[in-house]
Design a protein. Structure first.
Ligand SMILES: [Zn+2]
Length: 299
């Protein structure tokens, strides 16, 4: 799904948005959008970052348009104001998410709100609006829009938490969107292992996998389900994976096996490497002896 990510305010002439506690809204919305985008992409969303040089509101006011073609969801980031608690009173004013009055489903927005609130912000919940220009424009295009008011820029308690939890807030937004759209939310821990169905050699197995930096990792031991031999070779100090029914090494073989190899090779006109390949089969010695016997019997 395509998501348009809009950082509120800014543009030319510059609209800083709200200011408080040493922060400027237009600066913070851009920082947050920049952090959220790659996290959403890691969930498989296709994210379009709205041009951070622009202010979407002003663009629309001046008769412009938004790049809504193909979008499935629009997120607009803001910071709230009017708490007027520059000293801090020990409690946050909190997070709220605005959606259009006629918006039907709000599971995504509720998930975002809940996850941000879980970091310590009061949960002000979902608020419905029909007077916001960007939201109305997106809504008219038939696309769901969420305006996230992360916390209050003029509440010292909010901004103290905001500073300490900036990265976690970005994660909460990305995880909330992922959760709301039915994706499995990943824990930050890189050790997190997911059970995935993997087809190995034509059959399906449950494997423990880690997806990291767009690379899939599968637990080596899980290959044993598919009859691979997974061992650790102390002599060479390396893990070893052996394909089913074959052997990684060809061991010294006796004269009887050598004679069988010669017989089969001569009768069938095989190359040396083909005979060695047959020997690498798990029961290669016995196979070659039986083939040699069959060849001689026909002679
Ligand atoms: Zn704002």
């Amino acid at each position: 799904m395509n998501i348009l990510l809009i950082a509120g305010h800014g543009g030319t002439p510059y609209d800083p948005g709200a200011c408080g506690c040493g922060y400027t809204e237009a600066v913070e919305t851009r920082r947050m959008a920049t952090d959220v985008a790659p996290m959403l992409r890691a969930y498989g969303f296709h994210v379009t970052m709205y041009d951070q040089k622009n202010d979407a509101y002003k663009v629309l006011r001046n008769g412009g348009s938004l790049p809504l073609s193909g979008m499935g969801y629009v997120i607009e980031l803001h910071l709230n104001a009017a708490a007027n608690d520059p000293q801090g009173n020990g409690k946050t004013t909190g997070v709220e998410v605005l959606v259009h009055t006629d918006e039907k489903g709000i599971t995504v927005e509720q998930a975002i709100c809940r996850r941000i609130a879980a970091l310590g912000f009061q949960n002000r919940g979902i608020k419905r609006k029909n007077s916001l220009q960007v939201m109305n424009t997106v809504h008219r295009a038939g696309i769901s829009h969420a305006l996230i008011e992360t916390c209050f820029i003029d509440d010292a308690d909010d901004m103290k938490l905001y500073k300490a939890k900036f990265y976690d807030i970005a994660r909460a937004i990305a995880d909330g969107v992922a959760e709301g759209f039915g994706k499995t939310v990943k824990k930050e821990d890189t050790e997190v292992v997911e059970k995935k169905k993997v087809v190995i050699d034509g059959a399906i197995f449950d494997c423990s996998c880690i997806m990291k930096n767009d690379e899939n990792y599968i637990r080596m031991r899980d290959l044993e389900q598919a009859a691979f031999t997974v061992t650790y070779d102390e002599k060479v100090d390396m893990p070893e994976i052996i394909v089913p029914q074959t052997r990684a090494q060809v061991y010294p073989w006796d004269d009887e096996v050598q004679q069988a190899m010669d017989t089969v090779q001569a009768a069938a006109g095989l190359e040396d490497k083909t005979v060695v390949y047959l020997l690498k089969y798990e029961y290669g010695e016995e196979l070659l002896k039986k083939l040699a016997k069959a060849v001689q019997g026909n002679a």
